[in-house]
Design a protein around this ligand. Sequence first.
Ligand code: DOR
Ligand code: ZN
Length: 359
Amino acid sequence: MLESEGQLRYAQPMMQSLTLRRPDDWHLHLRDGAMLQGVLPETARHFARAIIMPNLVPPVVTGDQAAAYRDRILAALPDGMAFEPLMTLYLTETTDPADVAAAHASGLIKAVKLYPAGATTNSHGGVRDLSTVTAVLEKMAEIGLPLCVHGEVTTPEVDIFDREAVFIDTVLDPLRRRIPGLRVVMEHITTEEGVAYARAGGDDLGATITTHHLIINRNHILVGGIKPHYYCLPVAKREKHRLALRAAATSGEGRFFLGTDSAPHVDALKEHACGCAGCFTATNTLQLLAHVFDEENALDRLEAFTSLNGPRFYGLPLNEDRITLTKGTTAQWPAKIFTEAGPVTVFDPGFPVQWHVEA
Ligand code: DOR
Ligand code: ZN
């Protein structure tokens, strides 16, 4: 019995090479200026499209600003690289529903981003009182434009590790009941509560999961000395949450898709007494995801997570181009990307990875 089980397992061929539709990144920070110039090739090398976060300084609030930012991104793209930035607007309490609708109708924007004021990097211009943006949200529900939500409360009394779960109960669920039909993406979920809430929703609810939250838990940030390059928001939670995220990402369920939240900050601002939040994973995300899905015996569901579920949620065509991942010797990538704004440390998973992306 044991022997035949062993033989069965042995008889299954090891998958050493995997061809996927070219992936998209449904949550990406590209910044601007010298940083944009430095980090854009890291994403464009592997990804066809990305939802571009609007939390610049000042933020991308209007359709005109999004068009100008899109032009700067395309101008920063090296010759010979193809990449389509999918633009978003940063929701403020004075956002004009007509401007949002026009930017959507022209095809310029694919989502609006809700940052609760003070929740994370450059979110001070975000929304304090959701009742002030009802007209925008109703318009978005009417035209089918998704709202990407940074799902954390900012109430000082709420523990940072509880902020996502409290947000779901006290903000997100009431909001979705108040504006039926609003398409919502729960961005970078980090908890089993987030996974459960996403699963309980209908076709109007999706959730992105980052690469790093599949790899680190809060011990990785704090045990044996503080690791600033593992600090991001929402902060990584305890191990049971990482496992819930792994199960969700590798499930193949259409509601879960990749949003790396790759968020570059120069090392001087990460390795700082008050370090910035963000993990930079654009360079090695696909290698790391192949490793994670391989560990979970779910390589056959990697394409759903990286390349199928996101476009289906956003109502966009699938990419026709393909990318091949191969398993072989230990993969190498640069420890840092040297931008004109300063060096940016690439996320280090802390274990060797055997997966490569073929150029
Ligand atoms: O870790 C994060 N970094 N989380 C965010 O929500 C924002 C991002 C950034 O812009 O640096
Ligand atoms: Zn983000």
